[in-house]
Design a protein around this ligand. Structure first.
Ligand code: PEP
Length: 250
């Protein structure tokens, strides 16, 4: 059976708790009969109200980040346990803004992925090359490194709970989408990496989302590609009508 596709919205540092809950109430009736699963990652301050607003809907609420430790002297950080207790189901890890703006490295991201799995959260592990790396033909080397280091010390059993997201940095928030050919070619390369590290079965079942300027206008073509199992959406997830359109088309 085909996997159910996933459309995940990453709101980044946008929306107050009131705006978040309003958005979810407006969105829910529009995607009631969607085939795809709708995931939304609001800011920490909006998580509680978002969970309340999403109750009895098919919307799944997640966080945009977490720390790898359970507790302690980490001013400003949030643990996986805190998120889980709140009712959070997934967490985005290794987003390019965390890697490049906040200098998170592969080893830190790997520790977060391990902790998220221990805490019962589903990690969405993001990987992706910069424009410079693509121009220098280093895309595959970079993706292989980010993937292998990101999933180190993770068992096959736990791997089945991970979602991967391929997000070329040059396509995030730039309006430049990878063509469906480029995206499919890269997703098929990532699918092979999963086989190399885990096995065929896990590779077949693992969702690989594409992210980078996804809009209602380009989602269908992307979703037609064999190895694209869903999308991770930034900008176009901030407006409920455009997000609903993406969810319904995916
Ligand atoms: C993202 O931040 O994960 C993303 C894909 O952003 P955008 O859709 O705005 O390119």
């Amino acid at each position: 059976m085909d996997k159910k596709s996933i459309v995940a919205g990453n709101w980044k540092m946008n929306k107050t708790h009131k705006e978040a809950s309003e958005f979810i109430k407006n969105l829910a009736p529009l995607i009631q009969s969607a085939r795809a699963s709708a995931y939304i990652a609001p800011s920490f301050t909006a998580l509680h109200d978002s969970i309340t607003a999403a109750k009895d809907t098919n919307i799944i609420i997640g966080a945009q980040n977490m720390h790898d430790e359970t507790d302690g002297a980490f001013t400003g950080e949030i643990s996986g346990g805190m998120l889980k207790t709140l009712g959070i189901e997934f967490v985005i890890l290794g987003h390019s803004e965390r890697r490049h703006v906040f200098q998170e490295d592969n080893s830190f991201i790997n520790r977060k992925v391990i902790r998220a799995l221990k805490d019962g959260l589903q990690p969405i592990l993001c990987i992706g090359e910069t424009q410079k790396e693509r121009e220098e033909k280093k895309t595959e080397v970079v993706l292989e490194e980010q993937f292998f280091k990101g999933i180190q010390n993770i068992s096959k059993k736990d791997a089945s709970n991970i979602i991967l997201a391929y997000e070329p940095v040059w396509a995030i928030g730039t309006g430049k989408t990878a063509t469906s050919e480029i995206a499919e070619h890269t997703h098929s390369f990532i699918r092979k990496l999963i086989i190399k590290h885990f096995d065929k079965e896990i590779s077949k079942n693992m969702h690989i989302l594409y992210g980078g300027s996804v809009k209602p206008q380009n989602v269908e073509e992307l979703m037609q590609q064999e190895n694209i199992d869903g999308v991770l959406v930034g900008g176009a997830s901030l407006e409920y009508k455009s997000f609903a359109e993406i969810v319904n088309k995916a």
